[in-house]
Design a protein around this ligand. Sequence first.
Ligand code: FES
Length: 110
Amino acid sequence: MIRVRFISVSGEEREVVAAEGARLLEVAQNDGQPLEGTCEGQMSCSTCHVIVAADDFARLPPASEEEEDMLDLAIGAARTSRLACQIVLTPDFDRLTVRMPPTHRDMQGR
Ligand code: FES
């Protein structure tokens, strides 16, 4: 079983069960989390950015250089930020906790 916990910007927590091999982005979107994922995993948008709980971050495989480059552009990026489209869930990641980043364009004055 792979359980994933989402924490909204306002702090609301939801736990969902994900299928092995599912991408974190799909799991989040199926749960109604506000991740646009505009480029559908092509690593050219960063609208699937999430902040991984510090304890869980080390369990994930390291980000590729391309992912790091996109994260540099993500609004509200933190040290444990990742692109949800690049995370394929396996049982090793059971109880992964990720936070939604501060609301995108609002902080940029839209
Ligand atoms: Fe565009 Fe992840 S969906 S970078």
